[in-house]
Design a protein around this ligand. Structure first.
Ligand code: FES
Length: 59
């Protein structure tokens, strides 16, 4: 997976940011929603963001 792939345009969150969050124990969509505002503005990224989180957790 491309580390620089944009996951959430509204908050400029990339795959590498998702991986970093998981490494720091922030390992669910709901936690990232709270800690980094993932998906809270337009909501367009929510489904993809959830898939990306699951994929990153398996890596
Ligand atoms: S793209 Fe993620 S909230 Fe808009």
């Amino acid at each position: 997976m491309d580390e620089n792939k944009m996951v959430c345009e509204c908050y400029n969150i990339r795959v590498k940011d998702i991986k970093k969050a998981i490494a720091e124990g922030c390992d669910t969509f709901e936690k990232m929603e709270r800690s980094m505002r993932l998906g809270v503005l337009c909501g367009a990224c929510v489904n993809d963001a959830k898939k990306t989180i699951e994929l990153c957790k398996k890596m």
